[in-house]
Design a protein around this ligand. Structure first.
Ligand SMILES: [Zn+2]
Length: 225
């Protein structure tokens, strides 16, 4: 098989990411190299590259001699991810309020329009992809590779956290709040835009059940008490 055939490494990564976000792949599930190669009809080398990217993004844990498994983020990690997101996204918004161009605003508004269409048609895959994509587009628009890479990492960890800890089936990271943020950026109102973003991230985090549930799996007696 030539490396040119079948889906690209990126496409495989996205497919796995979406399956996790849509809760079709659960934490702890093993991603077997040979099986994935058959499913995607690509070489095992390409699957290995995809698994490496997924590991870097925190979605997969590779255990030597055992294989690759969907990660299970802890409650502490979930809180940390949102803590860092609040900080990074505020920085992104502040920068954008100074630098945003007409073309940037068009891209952002077009993106929100796509989100509205996906919501109206209730296409879960698109809703998940586009809502994370909005935050990523903000970072991309700033034009800093570092901020973009950091956000990419945070968004992919967030989708895993949301898949594991979401206590509602509704996805609240929606177009209305995104649209308000874009219009505040358009008005170059950094105070309003950062406030709206902080509020928005609070909403997203509020839909997660991050109450501390003690893991008793290591203590059979306690688990069965
Ligand atoms: Zn959002």
């Amino acid at each position: 098989m030539t490396e040119a055939s079948g889906p690209s490494t990126e496409q495989i990564v996205e497919k796995v990411w979406l399956s996790i976000a849509e809760r079709r792949l659960r934490t702890g599930v093993q991603l077997k190299e040979a099986q994935l190669a058959t499913i995607f009809n690509v070489s095992r080398a390409r699957i290995r590259r995809a698994l490496t990217v997924l590991e870097r993004d925190g979605l997969v844990r590779i255990i030597p001699n055992r294989g690759a498994f969907i990660s299970k983020p802890s409650v502490d990690e979930a809180r940390d991810v949102f803590f860092v997101r609040r900080t990074v996204e505020r920085c992104v918004i502040e920068r954008l309020c100074k630098t945003v161009s007409k073309a940037d605003l068009k891209r952002l508004r077009d993106h929100v329009a796509l989100e509205r269409t996906a919501n109206a048609k209730n296409i879960t895959t698109d809703i998940i992809k586009l809502s994370g994509g909005f935050h990523l587009l903000l970072a991309e628009t700033v034009g800093s590779d570092f901020l973009y890479t950091t956000m990419r990492d945070l968004i992919s960890r967030s989708s895993l956290i949301t898949a594991v800890y979401r206590n509602t089936d509704r996805i609240n990271c929606g177009p209305d709040e995104h649209a308000d943020i874009v219009e505040a950026i358009a008005g170059k109102d950094a105070e309003k835009a950062t406030h709206l973003m902080a509020h928005h991230l609070e909403h997203v985090e509020a839909e997660l059940d991050l109450s501390e549930i003690p893991d008793l799996s290591h203590d059979l007696r306690a688990a069965l008490a």
